[in-house]
Ligand binder design. Sequence first.
Ligand SMILES: *Cc1c(COP(=O)(O)O)cnc(C)c1O
Length: 405
Amino acid sequence: MTRNFSDKTKYHINLNETYGAHNYKPLDIIISKGEGVWVWDIDGKKYLDMLSAYSALNQGHRHPKIMETLFRQANLLTLTSRAFHNDRLGEFCKKLAELCEMEMVLPMNTGAEAVETAIKLARKWAYVVKKIPMYEAKIIVCANNFHGRTTTIVSFSSEEHYRYYFGPFTPGFKIVEYDSIESIKKALTPDTCAILVEPIQGEAGIIVPKDGYLKELRRICSDNNMLLILDEIQTGLGRTGKLFCYQHENIKPDILILGKALGGGVIPISAVVSTGKLLGLFTPGEHGSTFGGNPLACAVAITALDVIIEENLPQRAEKSGSYFIGELKKIRNELIKEIRGKGLLIGVELKPEAGGARKYCEKLAEEGLLCKETHENVVRFAPPLIISKDEIDWALDRIKKVFAS
Ligand SMILES: *Cc1c(COP(=O)(O)O)cnc(C)c1O
């Protein structure tokens, strides 16, 4: 970035780079405070957060109600492990199951762990219920997927950079083209037990499939005795203008994976949500996590869900998103290839001649907007869902300025 760093900023960047592993390439800003849609850097400069920690901050930074729950629960009980019951787990599972119109919940901590949990569940179902020969089960996934960073999950990534050096890989996955029913049909075998898919591919650059895609997936799974597993870690909990992205097509998955905003941007918590029949397949000892279902995270998640419902965040995302996309489309710039998205998950794809999205993100940061490029040429706009029209207009003024120059 062209701006001069303050001594404090230099000090922290240097510390981070000296003692922290370099597995990320962050913008050169040291954030030290957040509130609502805003964050402040260590020198007091204010920014509008347009990334929301990849949709983990749908409720905004430090939502007062969520913070109140955090402090109240922190003063009572934080961790028991699952060796004992605690008095927040059941309430959390009930609330989430009811919201999803499903029956049972298995809580974990991070998104990747919940994806791993769903894979184990689908495999057990494959052998116990579908009677696929032992260890022959296959799960269909899509090219350009992003489901996390564990060794099994990178085994079925199509992103060379995520996999290279990290084999040997876990077998049992088949990669098909995204948004193509034909390519799934070709991949089906009697040993296929599930399809794991993102309703919109976030990390791939906000790739929105054609209308009807999820409905077709649902039909294929039902017709072929296969499980539909939806990873709504990024698209869920209001982001796309519905509580869950699959509601745009009036379908239901067999297994739903949630994370990110489930913890209200405060504490990590993820979950696998499904029927009692499916989740009932796990018996004691087959799966677990020391912190999974801890009372602090469960209490926070209950309030994080309450905030989403009470403050109508899905409806607000729908309304703000349409307005935002509409205004973005009015920008005249030869270098913009496409503007797409659903609700407040929006991508502006630049043509290759633009020289990459990173440059634009750096310029936007100078103007007070924090954005992150995804996949080289896409600038993602995904602010907290609590964003007001005035705040969107504030952002649009700056976006227009950057894209006009
Ligand atoms: C972020 C994300 C994950 C991984 O979640 P972590 O908490 O980072 O492990 C998985 N799937 C999708 C769609 C995501 O956006």
